[in-house]
Design a protein around this ligand. Structure first.
Ligand SMILES: [Zn+2]
Ligand SMILES: [Zn+2]
Length: 254
């Protein structure tokens, strides 16, 4: 039900702006080839991309060779992670807007994430088995408070773009559930985060998970505690592989 509510608001806002031509999802400047391009040239140029030097395990941008310092400390339980953007400045502002009242930004991020994942991983895969996209869930009360789960919005957008690129993919929103409310993690260390998320996630549809290649979706990679915990649950329910795709990742800790 809350989905419909937000869909209507979004449609209303889009309708209003479309009367004035199409506008940039970042700054509302007019652009003429929307939705082929969702950001104006200025906004696009301010989006910091991960580039070629990224951690082979978690996917974050890093400075030295080998896995990043975060992974050296605590190797995440997912198979491999991918992140098209670096979480700071313009990217951080856009991600935060996506989470706090501007869910339509998930269209831009989702498309970028799908293209990045296809480029960095899928195009080199010999077999083309179906990908099950699993958004990191919010606790029910948090979802009601926010009105939507940004990871679900991302997953829907990613799925659409992957299918358009010729890959087989579908979204499973209820496969993974968050059963326990967790404390805000912003000021927590990795160890505190691991304790905070332990037992919080639960695989609800185990037979949908068994033997499948899962693509876990989230908005931001910080320490990797949440994604690692989710991946552990998915592997526990028999997932074949768990890849992790995130809109933006914090830089390597130094
Ligand atoms: Zn702009
Ligand atoms: Zn790493």
């Amino acid at each position: 039900m809350e989905n419909n509510f937000w869909a209507k608001i979004e449609k209303g806002i889009r309708g209003f702006f479309s009367r004035h031509g199409y506008t940039c999802d970042g700054c509302e400047a007019e652009i003429f080839d929307y939705p082929h391009r969702r950001l104006c040239a200025d906004c696009e140029q301010k989006m910091e991309r991960t580039g070629e030097n990224f951690c082979p395990k978690c996917g974050r941008k890093k400075v030295a060779d080998g896995v990043c310092t975060d992974c050296k400390g605590n190797l995440p339980k997912f198979t491999r992670g991918f992140s098209p953007f670096v979480y700071r400045e313009q990217v951080a502002a856009m991600v935060n807007r996506m989470k706090n009242g501007n869910p339509h930004l998930a269209l831009y991020f989702g498309e970028q994430m799908a293209e990045y994942f296809a480029e960095k991983y899928l195009k080199n895969c010999a077999d083309s088995e179906e990908l099950i996209l699993v958004p990191v869930p919010l606790h029910k009360s948090k979802r009601i408070e926010r009105g939507y789960n940004q990871s679900e919005r991302l997953a829907e957008s990613i799925c659409e773009r992957l299918q358009a690129l010729g890959y087989s993919a579908r979204v499973e929103t209820d496969l993974l559930q968050k059963r326990k409310e967790t404390a805000p993690q912003k000021q927590m260390t990795y160890r505190e985060r691991m304790e905070n998320v332990a037992g919080a996630y639960h695989v609800h549809k185990r037979k949908e998970c068994k033997g499948k290649t899962i693509l876990l979706i989230d908005d931001v990679l910080t320490t990797g505690a949440t994604s690692s915990e989710c991946a552990a649950r998915l592997f526990g329910a028999g997932a074949k592989e768990v890849y992790f795709l995130v809109a933006a990742a914090l830089l390597e800790r130094r």
